[in-house]
Design a protein around this ligand. Structure first.
Ligand SMILES: [Zn+2]
Length: 222
């Protein structure tokens, strides 16, 4: 089964996205629709006198199809199987402290009394929608989003807010700024939008995911 991995350590991610993942209100993720590797190819110049090396970034097909069931994991590739993490900082619990816990878990009363530990495997869900969109920022700093279907369609204000909320952001402005910081939207960028519901849940309006209890688990997950 495919795995969808999540990770983020910036303020916005830890304040909004990680909590939304853990309380299962996050029902969507927005991922680049281009490959990171920049390819080079040789092309004739306009006057056909010489070749020049041009850079292009190739498009990426969607990783998931509607109806596909997948596993949600925190830091899928960069942490060992069976890892546990801190809900406050998203880091492996076994850091810094000789107790084997991060300070938020070891000294919650001094740091964050609501911090708890969570397992690498967050749950299982089924894809309900796969959409393609473009995000961009004008030179004046205004953000735009377009649905890329048969023709380009600008998102309505309601769709911006819906998109942000499903992703775990408090509002569209925060979402756009976060993506701009990460991907630089002054260049128009294309993304795949994946939406899901809990695997095995028949109700399409109930958009969470199903918890998998790890075999080695001795403590209850939230
Ligand atoms: Zn921590």
């Amino acid at each position: 089964m495919k795995v969808l991995s999540f990770a983020g350590y910036d303020e916005i991610y830890l304040k909004y996205i990680l909590p939304a993942l853990l309380n299962k209100t996050k029902t969507q993720t927005i991922r680049p629709a281009w490959n990171d590797a920049v390819k080079h190819k040789w092309s004739l110049t306009r006057d056909n006198c010489a070749y020049e090396k041009i850079k292009y970034v190739s498009g990426k097909p969607p990783r998931f199809q509607v109806g596909e069931t997948f596993i949600l994991e925190w830091k899928s590739r960069s942490s060992p199987r069976g890892s546990w993490f801190c809900s406050n900082c998203g880091m492996l619990e076994k850091i810094r402290n000789p107790s084997g816990k991060c300070d938020h878990l070891y000294f919650p009363e001094n740091t964050n009394p609501t911090a708890f530990k969570f397992p690498k495997i967050l749950g299982m869900a089924t894809i309900t929608e796969v959409l393609k969109m473009e995000m961009r920022k004008t030179p004046h700093g205004k953000f735009f989003g377009l649905w890329l279907r048969d023709g380009d369609i600008y998102l309505t204000t309601e769709e911006y807010e819906e998109l942000a909320k499903k992703d775990g952001f408090p509002d569209a402005e925060t979402m756009f700024k976060w993506f701009d910081n990460k991907y630089d939207l002054s260049v128009p960028r294309m993304f795949w939008v994946y939406r899901w519901k809990g695997a095995g849940d028949e109700s399409p309006s109930h958009g969470n995911f199903t918890t998998i209890i790890p075999k080695s688990m001795t403590e209850t997950f939230i």
